[in-house]
Ligand binder design. Structure first.
Ligand code: ADP
Length: 353
């Protein structure tokens, strides 16, 4: 993506600016110190070499700045006093040091450009992935919303073209409209749940929750769907308490129980279990429904993923968001969720908290 490429270059430039400022400042200080030390060394050496009677000549030999650094050679050399050649050696050494420092800085520039570009890529890649996911999510969500909206629109248009719309037809139309509105409402509910449970910024309040109680409330919520399919709901609940968010636990078990009913055969059985094993609280939801193909299992917790079997069966409504929300809730509580399933035999979802 162009945006990320340019952000990567900018970030690299900032890294470089920072490193080179430090490196150049360090080199300047180093050069200044070396220069001062060389000058001082040469000066000391010269003075040490002077016979005492010539010591006063020292002042005349060199032009010295306020720090005692030799600025220039003044008169004809006197024995023991550094001659022009010594000063030339000094200049040469300084020039070499300067070149060496320049070279070192060039190498640092070259290395840090490479490392900076690599690190900028590393820093930006999770953000890039997040933006990609977000884009895909918006596209998928709008697509899912468009389907019931299109149906709603075409039904209304057809009805409006009808010159004599009877009371019975109008009622049927409204009934059908209501179904589409229900679909949209359920999708927006899912989306709201997602923004609630998938938001790292929000910390949901945690309290002591009785999981058996949460399971009972969840089963209460799905009992109408179960009754409509003549599915028997069985509870095997131990009173297990755990630190969690109560509403999230009810939501989690509702999602699993709702799926179990949805993907059950007519007159099947769904068992919800809550128990404790060692120190782990375990929630299980088991059905004898259509099961999940092994090849689908790795993907069913992804947003908007629906196995072909559930897509093709028109009567099974859904958006492929439930399990993704369930996974978020479980991870938010530091737990894990797994599924064991066999096509045609049923599925067992197990949550460990
Ligand atoms: P939805 O049920 O709305 O499609 P979910 O995220 O809840 O979305 O589930 C994703 C997919 O996982 C479903 O489309 C279905 O194919 C599969 N699935 C989930 N639960 C079960 C189950 N109990 N039995 C069989 N398949 C299931």
């Amino acid at each position: 993506m162009r945006l990320f490429q340019s952000a990567r270059f900018k970030l690299t430039a900032w890294y470089l600016l920072m490193i080179m400022t430090i490196s150049l400042a360090f080199s300047a200080i180093l050069y200044y110190r070396i220069d001062a030390e060389l000058n001082r060394g040469l000066q000391m050496h010269s003075i040490r070499m002077l016979p005492p009677e010539q010591l006063q000549l020292y002042e005349q030999q060199f032009k010295v700045d306020e720090n005692g650094r030799i600025l220039e050679f003044r008169q004809q050399p006197v024995a023991g006093i550094p001659v022009q050649a010594d000063l030339m050696v000094l200049q040469e050494v300084k020039r070499r040091v300067l070149w060496l420092l320049l070279l070192v800085n060039l190498v640092i520039l070259w290395l840090s450009a490479g490392a900076g570009y690599f690190l900028a890529g590393k820093t930006l890649s999770p953000i890039e992935k997040m933006v990609d996911d977000q884009k895909r999510f918006i596209a998928d969500a709008s697509h899912e919303l468009r389907t019931p909206l299109t149906a709603l629109r075409s039904e209304i248009e057809v009805a409006l073209r009808e010159p004599k719309l009877g009371g019975k037809e109008a009622k049927e139309l409204l009934q059908s409209n209501l179904e589409e509105v229900d679909k949209m409402q359920s999708l927006t509910n899912y989306l709201l749940a997602m923004s609630k449970y998938e938001n790292d910024q929000v910390k949901l309040p945690v309290e002591k929750v009785n999981l058996a109680e949460a399971a009972r409330r969840a089963m209460e919520r799905v009992k109408h769907q179960a009754a409509a399919k003549k599915v028997t709901l069985v509870d095997e609940l131990q009173e297990v308490e755990t630190e969690a968010n109560g509403a999230a636990m009810v939501e989690l078990i509702t999602i699993l129980a709702d799926n179990a009913v949805k993907y059950s055969h007519e007159a099947g059985e769904v068992v919800v279990r809550v128990f404790k094993k060692k120190k782990t609280a375990i929630i299980e939801v088991q059905d004898q429904g259509i099961g999940i193909k092994a090849s689908d299992v790795p993907y069913i917790f992804n947003r908007f993923y629906r196995a072909d079997s559930s897509r093709s069966k028109k009567q099974i409504e859904g958006y492929g968001l439930g399990l993704s929300i369930a996974k978020s809730i479980v991870h938010m509580h530091g737990g894990s969720i797994h599924v064991e399933s066999e096509v045609g035999k049923g599925s067992l979802f197990r949550v460990k908290l």
